[in-house]
Design a protein around this ligand. Structure first.
Ligand code: ZN
Length: 277
């Protein structure tokens, strides 16, 4: 079994400091948190942008500040920029951040009803984002909120818009998306094309349980305050606490945790000696 890749999603677009005071919001806070999570065992950081007041940002300059802060404080970690659309839905809002040429970016291959809004990803938007990523050498992580988003990615491989092997993130337990259960995870993983790699993101109280399933099944794990602000009932998490718990569980279950360079090999990313770019 491959070593386990831990992705941390420190901020997201929904949680606030009022909900959890550990939430990193400013570039400096996100950079420092990424460094702590790297030291704890995370090898990928999934980035969203906020303004200083906590509001969501689509500004390229803001993404650049965050990207630079993470590169300065945690140069080894793989930076993955979200192209998600809660902060602004069209291509003009979601594509400019790819000018930063991150090693990875998220790409959702379908639409879904979030509790209070449509998370709209039209075929044209998905295709354009994939084309821009391919032009820039940005490796997509395919975010699947439901089973049909998997074949949508396979069609894109067939059409030359994505190159295999594809790395998937199976997002489970968000209201409106596929429910988080062992049965659904096995079904999703069985639906992936041969040679794929996969991470599971369990939302809220599902984060821990789905992570344990993934550790045992040979997948990879995403944790972080974007998806879950609680450590246990009544105890607010920090990103570091969530990463440290996965590292302990992985060791107890007889698997090793991947370093960022090992994660690059597992995900077929070009090695980035010297980093910083
Ligand atoms: Zn995200």
């Amino acid at each position: 079994m491959d070593k386990l890749i831990i992705t941390v999603a420190p901020t997201g677009s929904v949680p606030t400091k009022q909900m959890n005071p550990h939430l990193p919001v400013t570039p400096q806070e996100i950079g420092e948190d990424a460094a702590r999570c790297l030291a704890a065992g995370a090898s990928i950081v999934h980035l969203h942008a906020r303004e200083d007041d906590g509001s969501n940002s689509t500004r390229l300059e803001r993404f650049a500040e965050i990207d630079s802060a993470v590169a300065a404080s945690a140069p080894e970690i793989i930076r993955q920029i979200s192209t998600g659309g809660r902060a602004g839905s069209g291509l003009e809002a979601r594509a400019p951040r790819l000018e930063l040429n991150p090693e990875m970016a998220s790409l959702t291959t379908g639409s879904v009803n979030f509790p209070n809004q449509v998370y709209e990803n039209s075929p044209e938007l998905i295709r354009r984002l994939a084309e821009i990523m391919a032009e820039r050498g940005v490796r997509p992580e395919i975010e699947c909120f439901d089973a049909a988003m998997i074949p949508n990615a396979v069609y894109m491989v067939d059409d030359g818009l994505l190159s295999a092997p594809v790395h998937f993130n199976l997002v489970m337990g968000l209201r409106g998306a596929i429910p988080a259960s062992a049965r659904n995870l096995v079904f999703m993983v069985d639906s992936l094309p041969a040679g794929s790699t996969w991470t599971v993101t369990g939302i809220g109280r599902h984060q821990l349980i789905m992570a344990v399933h993934a550790i045992l099944m040979g997948g990879h794990v995403r944790v972080g305050l974007e998806d879950n602000i609680w450590y246990s009932q009544g105890v607010k998490a920090s990103n570091t606490m969530l990463v440290e718990r996965i590292v302990r569980l992985t060791g107890e279950l007889g698997r090793e945790v991947a370093s960022p360079d090992e994660a690059r090999r597992i995900l077929s990313l070009p090695s980035r000696s010297g980093v910083g770019g």
